[in-house]
Every structure is written in structure tokens, then in C-alpha cells.
Design a protein around this ligand. Structure first.
Ligand code: ACO
Length: 394
């Protein structure tokens, strides 16, 4: 075995072999199972793309209809899940609510049979079907309303917007939302997918796998950035303030939200599509007050940081699309999660196919061979900087 150097953030370290998606960060290429994201965005639907990712190939007409039918049938939540949600504080973040609900599904479907294809199929269907209902239900319940029941005559994306906004969406809005889900469905071994794979490798249940991925997606350096982008555009307020804001970030070495990516060193291809989708929505439903600021920001960041490969990532324009669709800012990341469940499930299935538990090594930097000091002989106040307590837990 070769001993490798320590790479912070595991940058460039292959953690698995995978045939699910491919990214070329220099050329701005993203493919799911070999198909370019631009083509899927234009021609596919989210559920068909989810099928492609999870089962490895495009479905036949019959397979797709059966998959859609099953998902429709499983959209409802058990009343006990809804009762549990009633106890959540309305001030809590919807990502925390979603993580708790995803984990709770494991209580209801606790018989684990990872070697049974029917069990795998059922878990895939349940998670894809119920996660959107959970997000919409939490939104209504925190406003003091009853959740809206799913409508069987509406497709996946139209039904979600209906449950969220309590009215049937415009067809263009529903189609654009569906494309957003396709764009966010999968993206190689990012932080939340890695989290899902590590959890999956212990052979725990799929609900725990998705719950751990949701928790990881929530952070502002990952999925949570879409929310932070809108807060940033709000704070900047005017086009004139953009360049001073960018300058200040560079001076203070703080990160500009929605820019930069570990893999892409050019504009993220999903950001290009999302920008176009935002413009389609503005044409039909009116301009967004932040769009001019966003455009100026992209230009200013490119001028100042383009040489470092810092360009808009997927989170930069998605918020502007979601705002136009009537989605509240703190639901942007849960909406990301609705889509990414497809990719997480694909990696869960792939992990089970050739499983070995993840157990990396570390470079130990602590002290060794220390003597245990009895409590009575220790100084009254520990200097926490000077003392390293060696963990005995492996
Ligand atoms: N704004 C300003 N400078 C940046 C940014 C940014 N958003 N991103 C990277 N840089 C600079 C860094 O300061 C660093 O410069 P230096 O070499 O002179 O020190 C260089 O680019 C490399 O940055 P790292 O932080 O080492 O890059 P890393 O690959 O670790 O981070 C990350 C990638 C976390 C996405 C980072 O770009 C970032 O924090 N962006 C803002 C948050 C964001 O939008 N996250 C969403 C990412 S997409 C997703 O997860 C779905």
C-alpha cells in the first residue's frame, strides 16, 4: 500500500470509483451517465433523470410510467410524521426539519433488507416521493396552516409547487422548476454525497443515509450557499455598491457566496442554464430587482478573481429562479435536497454494489506517552491552549 500525503479537504484524492456522473472542471462539462446536462435539461424530466441516475439507463416508456405511478402513490405522509412535525418550532430551519423527517422514515420502515431488490426499489420510491411533501408540509405548518395533500393529477414538480403555494402553478413555472431539479440531481463526490456514501458503507438503512446527506448539504459552503447569495444581494442593495463590496471581500479574504468551486475553474454549466431560466421567468412574470446587481457582480468577480478560476457556481442564479417561483429563501436548500436525493440514492445503490466500509487514516499531531495526573494534583484552571487531551476513542 502506498502512503499518501495528507491533502486538506481530500482535494484531488479519489474516494471511490463511480459511473454515475462526470465533471470536467476545466471545460465546464457535466454528464449524468454520459449524457450532457444541457441535453437532459432540455429534453428530460426530473423523474426520468432520477431513473437514469439510480438504475443506470434511460427507462422505456412503460418503465417510466410505472416509476412515475409508484411515486405518485407514495407521496402522502403518515399522519404520525405530520404529528411529529407539528412539534417542531416554527423558527427552526427547514433543513433541520427535513433531516429529522428523513431519519424518522427509518422508524416506520425499520425492517432492513439491503440484499432484497424490492426493498431497494421501495426505499427509492418512498424517499423520492415523500421528501417534497415533507418540505411543503413544514412550510405550511410553520405558518399555522394544515399541510396540503398531494394531487394525483399533477406531475412531480407541479405537485410540489401546488403543495407549497396552495395553488396550481403556471405550466412554464412548473417546467422551469422541474429543470432546476434535473440540474441539481447529481454532482459526483461532493460533500453531501460523500457523507451519504460513508453512512451507506456501514450498511445502515437508506433513511439514515439520506438524513446524514441532508445535514451535510445544509452548510453555507455547500448547498446553503444559495440562501446566502440572496442575503448578499439584499445587503449590496444597488448596482453601484457591487464593486466596493467585491473589493472589500477580497481585502478581507472573505468568500463571495455563489462563486468558486473545488472542481470547476470556469463558469459552472448549471449556472449558465439557470441564468437562462431566470431570464425566461423574468420575461413572463417581470424582472427581479436583484438581477442587475447579480450581473454586475458576475462581471466584477470575473475581472478580479477570474485568474484564480473563480466564476459563478450552481448556487449563484438558482435563488433568483426560486424567488420568482414564490419559494421562500430558507427553502432554497431543501429544494436542492429534493433534487439531490436522486444522486444520493444512486450513490447509495452503487456503494452497496461493491461495499467496503470507509475507514480512512489520519496524520496524528498530538502528544504521546503522557502521564495521567490525578484530579487533586491538576492546576485549578487549565490552560486549554497548552493542554491537549489525547482521545482514547478510536
Ligand atoms: N470568493 C472569493 N475568493 C474565493 C472564493 C469565493 N467565493 N472561492 C475561492 N476563492 C479563492 C480563495 O480565497 C483561494 O484564494 P488563495 O489561493 O489566494 O488563498 C482560492 O480561491 C482557492 O479557494 P479555496 O477555498 O481553497 O477553494 P476550495 O476548493 O476549498 O473551496 C468552495 C470551494 C468551498 C466552493 C469555495 O469556492 C467557497 O467557499 N465558495 C463560496 C460558497 C459557495 O458558493 N458554495 C457553493 C459551492 S457549490 C455547491 O456546493 C453546491
Amino acid at each position: 500500500m502506498t502512503v499518501c500525503e495528507y491533502r486538506p479537504g481530500l482535494e484531488g484524492v479519489p474516494a471511490t470509483q463511480s459511473s454515475i456522473s462526470f465533471v470536467d472542471g476545466q471545460q465546464g462539462i457535466l454528464e449524468y451517465r454520459g449524457i450532457r446536462i444541457e441535453e437532459l435539461a432540455q429534453k428530460s424530466t426530473f423523474l426520468e433523470t432520477a431513473y437514469l441516475l439510480i438504475w443506470g439507463g434511460l427507462p422505456t416508456k412503460q418503465e417510466l410510467e410505472a416509476f412515475e405511478h409508484e411515486i405518485r402513490y407514495h407521496r402522502r405522509l403518515k399522519y404520525r410524521v405530520r404529528d411529529m412535525m407539528k412539534c417542531f418550532p416554527e423558527s427552526g430551519h427547514p433543513m433541520d426539519a427535513l433531516q429529522a423527517c428523513a431519519a424518522a422514515l427509518g422508524l416506520f420502515y425499520s425492517k432492513r433488507a439491503l440484499d432484497n431488490p424490492t426493498y431497494i426499489q421501495d426505499a427509492v420510491v418512498r424517499l423520492l416521493a415523500k421528501i417534497p411533501t415533507m418540505v411543503a408540509a413544514f412550510q405550511l405548518m410553520r405558518k399555522g396552516n394544515d399541510p396540503v395533500q398531494p394531487r394525483d393529477d399533477l406531475d412531480y414538480s407541479a405537485n410540489f409547487l401546488y403543495m407549497l403555494n396552495e395553488q396550481e402553478p403556471d405550466p412554464l413555472a412548473a417546467r422551469i422548476f422541474d429543470i432546476c431539479l434535473t440540474l441539481h440531481a447529481e454532482h459526483t463526490i461532493n460533500a453531501s454525497t460523500f457523507s451519504a456514501m460513508v453512512t451507506a458503507s456501514t450498511l445502515t438503512d437508506p433513511y439514515a443515509v439520506i438524513a446524514s446527506a441532508v445535514g451535510t448539504l445544509a452548510g453555507p459552503l455547500h448547498g446553503g450557499a444559495n440562501e446566502e447569495v440572496i442575503t448578499m444581494l439584499q445587503e449590496i442593495g444597488t448596482v453601484e455598491n457591487v464593486r466596493p463590496y467585491v473589493e472589500a471581500c477580497i481585502q478581507q479574504k472573505s468568500k463571495i457566496m455563489g462563486f468558486g468551486h473545488r472542481v470547476y475553474k470556469v463558469k459552472d454549466p448549471r449556472a449558465t442554464i439557470l441564468q437562462r431560466l431566470a431570464e425566461q421567468l423574468f420575461d413572463k412574470f417581470g424582472q427581479d430587482e436583484y438581477y442587475e446587481i447579480a450581473l454586475e457582480m458576475e462581471q466584477a468577480v470575473e475581472e478580479k478573481l477570474g485568474h484564480k478560476g473563480i466564476y459563478p457556481n450552481v448556487d449563484f442564479y438558482s435563488g433568483l429562479v426560486y424567488r420568482k417561483l414564490g419559494i421562500p429563501v430558507d427553502l432554497f436548500t431543501p429544494v436542492f435536497a429534493i433534487a439531490r436525493v436522486a444522486g444520493w440514492l444512486a450513490h447509495w445503490k452503487e456503494q452497496l454494489g461493491e461495499n467496503r466500509i470507509f475507514r480512512p487514516t489520519q496524520v496524528y499531531t498530538g502528544v504521546r506517552n503522557q502521564v495521567y495526573t490525578p484530579l487533586a494534583e491538576r492546576p485549578q484552571i487549565w490552560d486549554k491552549q497548552a493542554v491537549t487531551i489525547q482521545s482514547i476513542v478510536n
